[in-house]
Ligand binder design. Structure first.
Ligand code: NAD
Ligand code: TDX
Length: 370
């Protein structure tokens, strides 16, 4: 079937994996990638698909309502996957306004532009979808609790059942929103606007909330790529607080597969949580990273342990995120494909095999070329 799909934020980390998947898997779809190319946007991420006949890049700001109206109307867009966002918590603490502008006003502009176009058509919303990509951070933070006498579940990816057996709390689709950082507050606000466009205007919308992603092409300000880069360069590894915060990690291609599945088979007006049942305490994860990088570059074991440096905690640092993704697994049959150890190995190898990708970012060259 022919379709015209608009993917926003496609030059970023997750967006580039989603664009690649759709361009390769659906030759009959026209894929339009709208990205403003902020510091986080990098066209190097999409070199392999840039010249495909079913792919078009449009440099534009999602908060530019008139531009979004034109892009959607001129290209007869019938599906939107909204990934464009300011995404780094530390930057949101330094500059909350940029987060409100892109994440809230940008999403609202896209919703409004889509609404105007779709309502002008005879078939109106039939066959249309506005799919908004959100985060587990909107749910706030969980405690680290597990029954006495049991090991913490965050040492390797367990099955969902084994994980639930610990009886600790997880974020489910009905967990009340309680964002703490300006980033998560802006994402929560955008989620509310998306649901309001469904409830008020009947727009077919879906929202998904995913846990921490990792993998190739992640901007080296986030924990995993920053630490891989620093270990390679013998630079210190700034661990916030005591390194006891817990995150639930998912390989980025597994997230992209979930997005594909939900875009095509998800229930309109519904919400799905996406996560890998793969919780790690930061300091344990950092030790795995050090071991993996040292092994792959031929350093003796323990060589880079001294780089760990505990620094002042991030303000408002959420203690634990953990996603219960059983709804997505049981209703749509999605499962993460990789064990964490495999995913980390693949990720470290990618950064080691592609040093120019990181070097272009550090030198700023990537911004001159685009
Ligand atoms: P990213 O920062 O790597 O990429 C964001 C992209 O959006 C960049 O290409 C940037 O140029 C573009 N962009 C920013 N502002 C824009 C604007 N005003 N107009 C057009 N384009 C703009 O982000 P990411 O980590 O790939 O995250 C993508 C989405 O997934 C975000 O909505 C984020 O909230 C969500 N998410 C991320 C994670 C994660 O672990 N990274 C987890 C769950 C959800
Ligand atoms: O230098 C660091 N030192 C450190 O201890 C950095 C960059 C991070 N950390 C800690 C903070 C977190 O507990 O590591 C953990 C992961 O940090 P980030 O990579 O900044 O991710 P996080 O804050 O958990 O948010 C991420 O997951 C959810 C993404 O950035 C968001 O976009 C997504 O919504």
């Amino acid at each position: 079937m022919k379709r015209n799909i608009l993917i926003t934020g496609g030059a970023g980390f997750i967006g580039s994996h989603v664009v690649r998947l759709f361009v390769n898997k659906y030759p009959d779809y026209n894929i339009y990638n709208v990205d403003m190319l902020t510091y986080a946007g990098n066209l190097d991420n999409l070199k392999d698909v840039a010249n495909r006949p079913n792919y078009t890049f449009i440099r534009a700001d999602i908060a530019d309502l008139d531009k979004m109206r034109r892009v959607i109307r001129e290209n007869c867009i019938d599906g939107i996957i909204n990934l464009a966002a300011e995404s780094h918590v530390d930057r949101s603490i330094a500059d909350p306004f940029t987060f409100a502008r892109t994440n809230v006003m940008g999403t609202l502009s896209l919703l409004q532009a889509a609404r105007e176009y779709w309502e002008s058509l005879d078939e109106r919303y039939e066959g249309k979808i506005f799919y908004h990509i959100s985060t587990d951070e909107v749910y706030g933070a969980l405690e680290v609790t597990h029954p006495e006498g049991t090991e913490a579940p965050f040492t390797t990816r367990a099955s969902a059942d084994a994980h639930m057996a610990y009886g600790t709390d997880f974020f489910v689709e009905t967990t009340k929103y309680a964002p703490h950082s300006p980033y998560s507050a802006s994402k929560a606000s955008s989620d509310h606007f998306v649901r309001a466009y469904h409830d008020t205007y009947g727009m077919p919308t879906i929202v998904t909330n995913c846990s921490n992603n990792y993998g190739p092409n992640q901007f080296p300000e986030k924990l995993i790529p920053l630490f891989i880069t620093n270990i390679c360069q013998g630079k210190s590894l700034p661990v916030y607080g005591k390194g006891e915060n817990v995150r639930d990690w998912l390989y980025v291609e597994d997230h992209a597969r979930a997005i594909d599945l939900i875009f095509h088979k998800g229930k309109i007006a519904d919400t799905y949580n996406i996560g890998g049942f793969n919780e790690w305490k930061n300091i344990d994860l950092i030790k795995v990273l050090i071991r993996t990088v040292d092994r792959l570059i031929g350093n003796p074991e323990g060589h880079s342990d001294h780089l760990i440096t505990y620094i002042t905690d991030r303000p408002g640092h959420d203690l634990r995120y953990a996603i219960d993704s059983r709804k997505l697994q049981s209703e749509l049959g999605w499962e993460p494909s990789l064990q964490f150890e495999e995913g980390i190995e693949k990720t470290v190898r990618w950064y080691l095999d592609n040093p120019e990708w990181t070097e272009n970012i550090i030198s700023g060259r990537y911004r001159q070329d685009q």
